[in-house]
Design a protein around this ligand. Sequence first.
Ligand SMILES: Cc1cc2nc3c(=O)[nH]c(=O)nc-3n(C[C@H](O)[C@H](O)[C@H](O)COP(=O)(O)OP(=O)(O)OC[C@H]3O[C@@H](n4cnc5c(N)ncnc54)[C@H](O)[C@@H]3O)c2cc1C
Length: 433
Amino acid sequence: MADDFDAIVVGAGMAGCAAAIRLAQGGANVLLVERGAEPGTKNLSGGILWGHDLDRILPNWWKEMPVERHIVRKAFGMLTADRALCFTYDDPAWGQSPYVAHAVLRARTDAWLAKKAEEAGATVVASVPVEKLNWEGTRVHGIVQGGETMTAPVTLLCDGANSRLSLGTPIRPNARLDGATTELGMKEVYRLDAATLEERFQLTGDEGHAEEWICGLFPPKVMGGGFLYTNHDTISVGLILNIQSMFGTDARSPDLMERFKLHPAIARRLRGAELVEYGAKLISSGWASRPAAFSGDGWMIAGDAAGFVYSSGIVIQGMNYAVRTGLEAAETALAARSAKDHSAGRLAEYDRRLASSGVIGDFRDFEKMDRVKWNPRFYQQYPAMTAALFQRMMTETGGPKVPVRKLLDQSRRAAGMSRLRLARDAYDLYRFF
Ligand SMILES: Cc1cc2nc3c(=O)[nH]c(=O)nc-3n(C[C@H](O)[C@H](O)[C@H](O)COP(=O)(O)OP(=O)(O)OC[C@H]3O[C@@H](n4cnc5c(N)ncnc54)[C@H](O)[C@@H]3O)c2cc1C
């Protein structure tokens, strides 16, 4: 009996929408299934979209997509309980179109992308939570929902970080994710009229500002990074938390969020703004959260579901990798359709594409970053030490000047750091960069 579709894509996030658009553009009869009432309603990002991968399917997408602001400035810093140390990068080139990055709200962008998939010829169905894959031995032959089976020779799993379709199957033999392979993302959106927001962040027109922070203001052991991004007339503010670091402490994620927002450096940006939305979501922890394989007989896995999100605790990039891996899976499915062969051997082309497009190389490199990014000293001693150093370097007290070298040594000792530790951490950083 003929299959219902040429390809089924589960999940209308960045990965699934990009894949469905490309498949439909390539002439495939594709079904895109989303569990949310509308595409985008279940999705959450900080969210800075580095969207160049979208150029491959939607040239000039940024002119039409409901993006918020194009980013012209990025700031990066450390927070202690009451101090802030921040470096800012302003780049006039970022203000030229085509822009390098945009602040986005996923409820808008994903709904727009799903519409583009529909316009390209895909069948898009929302409010359908796919229950499981239709396994026939070692082959995946479509999906099962509500006792009904929809078949296709190839199924793309783009179902996000907590990929229930793959958990407990040969794709991801563990039935559950754990704290080592997931992080927790939290976000709140605050409304502030556009004129006040532009004045406060020194922006003109559609310019946007992004900042990311190492949070040295949490209780001992707890590790996390914070972000603040400007939208058109709202501000997105949130945290990425290391779940494991919270085990055995009495830290509660909502309290950590309050601490972050009440820090003077953050609170003054949010003054007068009104909370309009909040949410939380798991984040795959990069290479450590990868599945047993990226493709097999009748299936491929892309985006967060495959662990392709890079989070360094301060920088997070997942939407770009979701689009890229969704597109590589779609190209593989189109080639398989032409060859009338959807076997594991044929779909292994996806793995080769992941390598040649740089994704695998990036994630192997990012793995080295894990040692650095979740090093507790970066969330305790280093913010304290750096803030103490800068406080003394930048404050004129009327007394004799102390050489910076001596100040550094004093701050190091006050933070309880040995020279050897400092050298080891510096070496780890060097190895990553
Ligand atoms: C707080 C936070 C901040 C972030 N900030 C950034 C940022 O600034 N920049 C960046 O690039 N990335 C950021 N990310 C990461 C980024 O959001 C993800 O990497 C990206 O959304 C991955 O896209 P995806 O399509 O793979 O998965 P998702 O966006 O999670 O989409 C998965 C889709 O599958 C659907 N689905 C799941 N299960 C089923 C099912 N059984 N049946 C049907 N549908 C299903 C979901 O409803 C959803 O629509 C952030 C994440 C968080 C949580």
